[in-house]
Design a protein around this ligand. Structure first.
Ligand code: NAG
Ligand code: NAG
Ligand code: NAG
Ligand code: NAG
Ligand code: NAG
Length: 257
């Protein structure tokens, strides 16, 4: 009897296994980066801050990878036209952004959840006024948005879950201003008998810091973005010498059980 059970058990475990969609090795080489990520924002180079994102497979001046670490570098620039994205801020920097090719969509069929995690070194000193982030945003319209890391103050990072453009759950955690790496993780999951909302657990250094109920995230595809914006919501003026933001061990796991 026993050998008969073995293939069935294996089949079930293959079907049910969680799937690593973006492995922690994706910043080991440009080949791996370009397998799992695309350059810039999903919609292009500009957004709601003072940085215009620059980079592609031949220009790695602002977006580079080596030894498993992604480095995004903002440098001052003059003479650029304003951002093409609302609220059309002046462009004072060139900087970097990437987004995962895999969209995150949790609707109980292919995924009952996603785990999105990484380790980050970010500027947070007084007056730095740069705006690094590790975040999810809606593919269609907006919100949903979930900010897993958003550094825009002194020695802290923000977890934000947007129910609507103005109704937001925010949990702020401390973040040392010494550029040391610390981990962040969000675990998004379906809620039993709820086909509208998801739960999101937010962790810093593997400590659960908050659980938010994210309205209308169920079945809404989202992009995962890593970017170094400048000024905007972090204040002005930005630093004269620019800024550097790093990420490593970024992993995206689709949860099936
Ligand atoms: C990459 O970007 C540079 C400018 O930053 C541009 O000159 C070059 O044509 C781009 N290459 C590709 C392959 O798009
Ligand atoms: C559920 O999500 C998957 C992607 O994960 C998608 O292919 C499928 O169309 C979605 N189903 C519905 C009903 O939205
Ligand atoms: C967001 O919506 C969920 C689900 O309705 C609710 O539980 C949560 O309290 C809302 N968050 C805020 C900030 O209102
Ligand atoms: C921020 O953190 C740095 C080093 O971790 C520390 O030197 C500095 O005093 C902190 N600043 C504030 C305002 O807490
Ligand atoms: C959830 O739905 C299942 C059937 O799909 C039902 O048995 C269960 O009682 C429901 N639970 C709640 C809390 O409504």
């Amino acid at each position: 009897m026993f050998p008969l059970f073995l293939p069935i058990f294996l089949l079930v475990s293959i079907v049910r296994a969680d799937v690593v969609e973006v492995p922690a090795s994706s910043f080991n080489s440009y080949g791996e980066l370009e397998t799992y990520w695309d350059y810039l924002y999903p919609w292009g180079s500009d957004h709601n801050g003072a940085a215009r994102m620059v980079g592609n497979s031949t220009d790695h001046s602002r977006i580079s990878v080596a030894s498993g670490t992604l480095t995004l570098k903002a440098t001052p620039v003059t003479g650029q036209p304003p951002s093409t994205a609302a609220p059309y801020p002046a462009i004072n920097y060139f900087s970097g952004a990437i987004h995962a090719k895999e969209q995150i969509n949790i609707n109980g069929t292919d995924a009952v959840g996603y785990q999105v995690e990484g380790e980050f070194s970010s500027p947070t000193a007084v007056g730095v006024r740069c705006w690094p982030a590790f975040w999810l945003t809606a593919v269609n319209g907006w919100p949903p948005e979930a900010d897993i890391g958003e550094w825009k103050g002194t020695n802290n990072s923000w977890f934000n879950t947007f129910n609507t453009s103005t109704v937001v759950d925010t949990t702020i955690v401390s973040w040392p201003g010494d550029y040391s790496f610390h981990s962040l993780k969000a675990v998004l999951r379906v809620i039993p008998n709820n086909t509208q909302d998801l739960s999101i657990e937010y962790y810093k250094d593997n400590v659960l810091e908050a659980t938010h109920i994210a309205a209308n995230f169920y079945g809404a595809p989202m992009w995962l973005i890593v970017n170094l914006q400048m000024e905007g919501s972090s204040g002005t003026p930005g630093p004269a010498n620019g800024a550097t933001y790093q990420a490593r061990n970024v992993q995206v796991t689709r949860l099936t059980t």
